[in-house]
Design a protein around this ligand. Sequence first.
Ligand code: AMP
Ligand code: MG
Length: 488
Amino acid sequence: MRTLETLNFDNTYTRLPEVFFERVTPTGFQTSHLVSFNPSAAALIDLDPDEAKRPEFHQAMGGKLLLPGSEPIAMLYAGHQFGHYVSPLGDGRAILLGEVRNSRGETWDLHLKGAGLTRFSRDGDGRAVLRSTIREYLCGEAMHGLGIQTTRSLCLIGSDEAVLRESVETGAMLVRMAPSHVRFGTFEVFFYRRQHDHLKTLADYVLAGHFPHLVDGPEPYARFLREVAERTGRLIAQWQAVGWAHGVMNTDNMSILGLTLDYGPYGFMDDFNPGFIPNHSDHRGRYSFQNQPDIGYWNVRAIAQALSPLVEEADVLGAPEIYEATMQQTYTDLMQAKLGLKEARDGDDKLRRDLLALMHSNHVDYTNFFRALGFFNQDPSANEHLRDRFLDREGFDWWADRYRARLKAERSVDVERKARMDACNPKYVLRNYLVQVAIERATRHRDYSEIDRLRELLCRPFDDQPEMNEYAAPPPDWGKQIVVSCSS
Ligand code: AMP
Ligand code: MG
């Protein structure tokens, strides 16, 4: 176990050409305190959880105290925002403190979000507010609990500093971790500046650190691009299967490692609604739930274009197709598993689509329905609990008869199927109203207990946790109307 002083930061990114980043000193808060600490992320860097009790901990994680070996930088990147190329963007309020190599040889970036102005801050103030850092902190861990690739959350630091958004809020910092924070937009910036030597340097850096299996083989860049396309396809299929929308799928928010990155106005759906738009400012629904697979394709085209100086044209053109095939196959597999089907048969797509259409028109809760479907009984009289979720009872009966026949065709055994379904249909997800309760308690009363309760609940979303049953409830009326904007 390590202490703060023996984390032994390295910072390989600083050995890249100076144009890749800006050296910065984080701007700590006048006064700060620990809001929440996540021991399971700390374990990834071998950090002794008792270290969180030291005053030096919130000072170091709040940017006031530099730890040995840390060379803080803000990374340069660009990106397509809502379809338009914007350059440069870069870390306008996040600072890479350095990398920690754990005892298993993995390296983890420690990235401090809300740490003050950098050269890339543009009109921003370099800060993040407690509300938005709680949202990112919890969702990173909730996604991890669901088995979805994501940045992880180490801790949240609170302050007394006023930060102006639509109203006055308090500033906070989030320390998040990832093997790398390189984005599609990190490549794009060098492509559009026609700095192809830098593009190659970046590709070599990313390959050496994160795709070592490709380094010595043939066509390393083409295979890299293919793998990025596949990882992105898998990621977005997982989002679709779990009913989650990112909200701002700009290419600067797309991780080159296929991680869920930059949690802003995201949302888990309550009632199934393909047109779900979590971001109140996304008036045209570019990043609606149902558009995510297509936006993934668009974004993979953007990274392929950015890598075009390093790969053949056929690879540039092929990458989105690889994405599409991976995304489709992964989504199909995940939905088959959600339905408890072991085999793939003709008609399964239609069975699934008909269910989703029924759920949509009947305003059925996505998470809860799939969890409850695990109790489906092949005795037709025993499914009232499912039937009652639909206003259109006959519509459900029509679907249930076909589902029953389909289960019979693969000799499905009810109890066995339920166990499989419970392992892939979560009981608990980070519904907007749940995170809102945690935010209100934290911002109004400095009561941070709900943050930890949710974090602990959501690291085991597939387990029945009977004492936490109320957290599986669909939103109360007030919880359906929460507006989430880009402001953070
Ligand atoms: P985001 O919408 O959070 O993905 O951010 C897009 C870009 O705006 C990135 O370059 C961010 O670093 C920058 N940005 C967002 N909020 C702020 C802020 N409060 N201060 C400075 N830069 C910001
Ligand atoms: Mg971002």
